[in-house]
Design a protein around this ligand. Structure first.
Ligand SMILES: [Zn+2]
Length: 73
């Protein structure tokens, strides 16, 4: 294997992981306890459907919201 192919392989792996991370959480993942999720996990706003990181999400009654407007609405 030449070094170029190793670089290309790493790039493909990086792109792959970036897209996997952006995928919506599966239903089985949602049923897990919140403390199993890290701050980098994406959650869906219950109101508008926007995906936000867990760090930015607002949690109310078991649902995540992207902002105070969505939380109040
Ligand atoms: Zn929202």
């Amino acid at each position: 294997m030449s070094p170029q192919w190793i670089v290309i392989g790493v790039l493909i792996a990086l792109v792959y992981f970036i897209f996997i991370k952006k995928k919506p959480l599966s239903s089985e993942r949602k049923t897990k306890k919140n403390d199993t999720l890290s701050g980098d996990d994406m959650v869906e706003c219950k109101k508008c459907g926007t995906y936000i990181t867990l760090d930015d999400a607002l949690l109310k009654e078991g649902h995540y919201f992207c902002s105070n407007e969505c939380l109040k609405a």
